[in-house]
Ligand binder design. Sequence first.
Ligand SMILES: Nc1ncnc2c1ncn2[C@@H]1O[C@H](COP(=O)(O)OP(=O)(O)O)[C@@H](O)[C@H]1O
Ligand SMILES: [Mg+2]
Length: 259
Amino acid sequence: MAQIIIKDVTKRYANGFEALKGVSAEIVAGSFTVILGPSGAGKSTLLRTINGLETPTAGTIQVSEQIVSKATLQQVRSHVAMVFQHFNLVDRLSVMTNVLTGRLSHRSWLGSLLYLFQRCDLDIAHNALVRVGLTEKAWSRADRLSGGQQQRVGIARALAQQPRVILADEPVASLDPVTSEEIMGLLREICTRDGITIVVNLHQVELAKRFADRVIGLNEGLVVYDGPATGLDRATLSRIYRRNGDQVDEQLETMLAYA
Ligand SMILES: Nc1ncnc2c1ncn2[C@@H]1O[C@H](COP(=O)(O)OP(=O)(O)O)[C@@H](O)[C@H]1O
Ligand SMILES: [Mg+2]
């Protein structure tokens, strides 16, 4: 079943720049998809349109059979969680409180306002911390943790939301290579074990190859590849990483080293 349907999506920003130029893709429930492309390709814009942080100029996005629009936004966001490059934790709050904020979309506005959590919220948050292996840090201040641990908190917060979809925008771009592998492995495991649909934006080919079921290659707002990670050969990678038509991207040679 298609969990996410992206149909002819174009995004033109207020300054006239067209970041997406007619992108279409269907993402199957429970799959692990990597959106791969150089900086500026439109990866963040695409991810942000899926949970309604950006509105497409043309085309539609459907999540769990619902068209993403102002009217459905709250419902869509309640089961679409986000994981960010810079973790987006509240530094001064405890790990547990940060994870609990994942429950806010399930609380009434008054409950949210008063930060009223129920016993079941605490259990859900605790279980999320168990999943990411951070129970012993539950009452530490978030900013006392290492980058890798902070990203685990970000993932626990996403899990606490009990989402059907997790969108991760460059979740390992601020982490060292070993920690990056661990975080990607954790996301992969969550996908496999919980059946949560995961879409990850990445610019690193080697991680896409190791973890993705499917890779959507973006270049200058266009899908230039859509297929298995095993199909990322030299020719495909140069299509994904080329700039201004033929001009060779400075990242390209490094990327091709993995082809
Ligand atoms: N709010 C905005 N206004 C104008 N241009 C933007 C805006 N956000 C992003 N862009 C431009 O759109 C293009 C795609 O950006 P983005 O989706 O962030 O790409 P990526 O995540 O692949 O690096 C870039 O050229 C970027 O400068
Ligand atoms: Mg980006």
